[in-house]
Design a protein around this ligand. Structure first.
Ligand SMILES: [Fe+2]
Ligand SMILES: [Fe+2]
Length: 187
């Protein structure tokens, strides 16, 4: 029952079940308030956070000209760059080892998509610097689509591969990776 409720609520629940005097006692929390269960859970949470920030950014760029973009944009761009940097430095080498060295290998595709996303971020920053709200709005909308497709492809195509690659590491190596993923740039 909890699993079906969680599905309806888009995976936002975390819960524990214990035996109580007259049946079962279920404790439910918002998933974001609980520690990440593993590396892929952490990365999926970062995708969600990026989506939330992107939604707020779209609201702002399409609102009145005087609405300040900087607080939301700064958090969004910093998280996106850190997330991509971690996937490039830590996960790409782990998975590329078992793939053919061809342009259509999953990791090669991911790396190209990351380059495109970073290029789009730079273009947005140029239009923010030029104070051209029309351009900012158009480029943020393009990035929104690019990012949504990228996250979907990662969660459905790469996460199972990453889960497999992580499963052969020692528990300590997996724990160290999780710490580095959560600890920010160069952490
Ligand atoms: Fe990615
Ligand atoms: Fe990702």
């Amino acid at each position: 029952m909890m699993q079906s409720l969680n599905l309806q609520l888009r995976g936002n629940l975390a819960w524990t079940i214990a035996v109580a005097e007259c049946g079962w006692q279920v404790e439910v929390q918002h998933r974001a308030e609980t520690p990440a269960q593993d590396l892929l859970d952490l990365l999926a949470r970062e995708h969600k956070r990026l989506d939330q920030l992107m939604a707020r950014l779209l609201q702002r760029v399409n609102g009145p000209d005087r609405v300040e973009l900087a607080p939301v944009y700064t958090e969004f761009a910093a998280l996106l760059r850190r997330h991509i940097s971690f996937e490039n430095k830590e996960l790409a080498p782990l998975c590329a080892a078992g793939e053919p060295r061809t342009p259509d290998a999953p990791t090669a595709i991911m790396l190209r998509e990351h380059e495109e996303i970073l290029r789009q971020l730079s273009v947005i920053e140029e239009s923010i610097a030029a104070d051209d709200r029309g351009e900012v709005s158009a480029f943020v909308a393009i990035l929104s689509g690019t990012l949504a497709k990228h996250e979907h492809r990662e969660e459905n195509g790469l996460f199972p591969r990453w889960r497999q690659a992580l499963s052969v590491l020692s528990p300590q190596a997996r724990a160290d990776l999780l710490v580095r993923a959560a600890s920010g740039p160069e952490g």
